[in-house]
Ligand binder design. Structure first.
Ligand code: GLP
Length: 243
C-alpha cells in the first residue's frame, strides 16, 4: 500500500516532495497542510518558495498545522520551530499568519494547549496532506519510542539521541536543547488523509530500513506509517541503501 519513490539524489527527493505538496495545494479548494521541521525540510520549503515566486503557487487558501515545538520555548525565540517556519516558508509566501499554527511551547497549561491543538485541527476539517521527516530514534513529529499508535497531541520527553541530533541550533551543546516538546501523537498523524515522508542521507539508512521493513511496533513510531492507506515515502539513494 505504501508508495516508495527512489529519487536520484537528495535535491531531487526534496523537489519531488515539493511538487507533490504543490499539486495538492492546487487541486484542493481549502488545503489543510501538516508541516514538519528539521534540516531535510529546508530544501523542500526552498522549492515551495521558488514555486510561489516563479509559478504563482498560492498558499492564501491554506491552513497549516506543524507537527511539534520544543517545550519550554517562546514562539519568538530564534531557535523555536515557530521561528524556523517563519524563516523557511511563511514570510516568503502569501499565507496570513493567523492561518498558520504550531503548538505553543510557552503555554502555561501544556495539556490544555494540546487539547486546543487537536480541536483546531478538527475544526479545520482534519489534515489533508501531512509532511514528515524521520528522527534517528524512528520518531515522526517528536514521538519518541515507545509511542502508542493511538497517542494524541501531548507533552513528551525527548531522547538524548534526539537532543544531540538537534543541537546545532543550540550552540552545538545538546544539553541546551529543551528536554521536552509538544507533539502531535502518532494517532493524530495517522488521521491525516495523505502522508508524505521524506528521508535523505546515509545517517537515515538504518532507521528507514527499521521503519519500512522491521516489525510494526510502537518502538519505531514511523513503522505505523505502513498501516496508513495513503502514505508516500521519498528517499535518496543513501537513505534507501539498506532496503
Ligand atoms: C526533528 C523534528 C522531526 C524531524 C527530525 C529530523 O526531530 N521534530 O519532525 O523529522 O527532526 O530532522 P532532520 O531532517 O534534521 O534529520
Amino acid at each position: 500500500r505504501m508508495e516508495i519513490i527512489l529519487a536520484p539524489d537528495a535535491a531531487s527527493a526534496c523537489c519531488e516532495a515539493a511538487a507533490r505538496i504543490a499539486a495538492h495545494v492546487r487541486a484542493t479548494p481549502e488545503p489543510v497542510l501538516g508541516l514538519a521541521t528539521g534540516r531535510t525540510m529546508e530544501a523542500i520549503y526552498r522549492a515551495l518558495v521558488g514555486l510561489h515566486r516563479d509559478e504563482g503557487l498560492s498558499f492564501a487558501r491554506c491552513r497549516t498545522f506543524n507537527l511539534d515545538e520544543y517545550h519550554p520555548i517562546a514562539p519568538d525565540d530564534p531557535r523555536s520551530y515557530h521561528a524556523y517556519m517563519r524563516a523557511a516558508l511563511f514570510r516568503h509566501v502569501d499565507i496570513a499568519p493567523e492561518r498558520t499554527r504550531l503548538p505553543d511551547g510557552a503555554a502555561a497549561d501544556p495539556a490544555g494547549e494540546c487539547r486546543a491543538y487537536e480541536e483546531a485541527i478538527r475544526a479545520a476539517g482534519g489534515i489533508g496532506l501531512q509532511l514528515l521527516g524521520i528522527g534517528l530514534t524512528g520518531h515522526i513529529g517528536f514521538n519518541e519510542p515507545p509511542s502508542d499508535f493511538a497517542s494524541r497531541t501531548r507533552l513528551v520527553e525527548l531522547d538524548e539521541t534526539t537532543r544531540r541530533q538537534n543541537a546545532d541550533l543550540f550552540d552545538n551543546r545538546w544539553q541546551n536543547v529543551p528536554r521536552q516538546a509538544l507533539t502531535m501523537g502518532v494517532g493524530t498523524i495517522m488521521e491525516a488523509r495523505r502522508l508524505l515522508l521524506v528521508a535523505t542521507g546515509a545517517a537515515k539508512a538504518r532507521i528507514v530500513r527499521d521503519a519500512l521493513e522491521g516489525p510494526v511496533t510502537p518502538m519505531v513510531s514511523a513503522s505505523a506509517l505502513r498501516l496508513h492507506p495513503a502514505c508516500t515515502v521519498v528517499l535518496d539513494p543513501e537513505a534507501a541503501e539498506l532496503l
